[in-house]
Design a protein around this ligand. Structure first.
Ligand code: SF4
Length: 379
């Protein structure tokens, strides 16, 4: 099989992975025989053309949800590290891609597979002097020294937890060990960031870490997912949790399980941002009796409807309070704080001009002591 054919197969297959989502990619090409390139948003906010691929789609593990599980009948492909580095640099130099996200199926154990990924990264950085974006996946069971090496080479490293705890992971991937194989590499990454200066890292800064959950595959609740997410943000310096709604894959043990609604995935993202960026904690999330977030209304509005008893004066409220108003995010708060130093905010059209979702905020605010004009009509 030619290198181009293998790369086309692997990039197409990568986009079938239920837990493959990250950086909100949107495909620019999905023809069966073409190399799939994603448009991805970097943590800096810059958009790039990203090659999201596997080094191999062979896997010796048997995770219940995964299209690459051992024994599943489909055509697989593999690259050696130097082969992959060569073809990637060809595409990069031709301007076809600007960055790479590199993952892999597991072959000969997680440690050996991680070595293959690291060897690829070494060749890119050292042999080809590649200076672009590199996201490296950590394999289950990766060792401390491998995490350290990945952090010297990558812009971002990820370990997909898939489930929020040991018990739930058993239902998705009974041969993965939640703490030993998945959580520990995330923990080590944070310990390395805290204990060592990043002067040897390729850019002089440590890479961020992210994880991903398969939502609904293990019948877990949103409380469980967000409780683990909160812990990871606060204790392990996690930059972001990705949530991927479970979708059954044919010829897997979960093929008859119902898919998870996309809306649940979206609500989890919203709640995780409230915890990460808005000062909310888990106890404040508006969970329903089944431990899940409501689907009909976003979690911030649901919280405000339940807990924001008095409207908030936009002209005097502290930053922390402004952040709790629906329709107002961190950027909007910064604009409000700057604007109100110069003049009072008196009507909703001013908020709209500042880029704020005034309609969402209106029921919960005062503008110079008065409720906004159309707020009354909403009640
Ligand atoms: S180890 Fe990864 S690639 Fe292999 S079956 Fe499990 S999720 Fe799929």
């Amino acid at each position: 099989m030619s290198e181009l054919t293998r790369l086309a197969m692997l990039t197409q297959q990568m986009h079938l992975e239920p837990s493959g989502g990250f950086e909100c990619p949107e495909l620019s090409s999905r023809k069966q025989d073409s190399i799939a390139v994603s448009h991805a948003m970097l943590p800096s906010g810059r958009k790039i053309k990203l090659l999201k691929t596997l080094l191999t789609s062979v896997c010796e593990r048997d995770c219940y949800y995964c299209p690459f599980r051992s024994g599943r009948d489909f055509r697989r492909a593999t690259f050696k590290p130097d082969e992959f580095a060569k073809i990637f640099m060809y595409m990069h130099n031709a301007g076809l891609v600007e960055g790479v996200f590199l993952s892999s199926g597991v072959v000969n154990g997680g440690v050996y597979t991680q070595d293959q990924l690291l060897a690829t990264a070494e060749i890119l950085r050292h042999n080809y002097a590649y200076r672009g974006y590199l996201h490296l996946k950590m394999m289950p069971g990766a060792q401390h020294a491998q995490v350290e090496q990945a952090m010297l080479l990558a812009d971002r490293v990820s370990v997909n937890l898939e489930a929020p705890n040991t018990e739930r992971l058993q239902k998705l991937a009974p041969h993965k060990q939640f703490v030993e194989e998945l959580l520990n590499p995330l923990r080590w990454a944070e310990e390395i960031r805290k204990a060592q200066t990043p002067h040897k890292a390729w850019k002089g800064t440590w890479p961020s870490t992210v994880t991903q959950f398969v939502v609904g595959g293990a019948d877990e609740s949103d409380i469980e997912l967000l409780s683990t997410t909160e812990y990871l943000h606060h204790q392990m310096g996690l930059a972001r949790a990705y949530f991927s709604a479970f979708n059954p894959v044919s010829d897997t043990p979960l093929e008859n399980k119902l898919p998870t609604p996309q809306k649940r995935q979206n609500r989890l993202y919203q709640a995780s941002f409230l915890i990460r960026d808005y000062g909310f904690n888990l106890e404040e999330m508006p969970f329903e009796g089944n431990g899940n977030l409501p689907l009909e209304v976003d979690p911030k509005t649901a919280w405000a409807q339940q807990s924001l008893k008095n409207p908030v004066e936009i002209n005097t409220a502290p930053r922390e309070m402004l952040l709790r108003i629906p329709g107002i995010g961190p950027k909007s708060v910064a604009i409000i704080l700057k604007t109100r130093r110069e003049s009072k905010l008196r009507d909703l059209s001013q908020l709209t001009k500042l880029g704020i979702r005034a309609k969402s905020a209106a029921p919960f605010i005062l503008l110079d002591g008065a409720q906004p004009a159309y707020q009354m009509a909403l009640f």
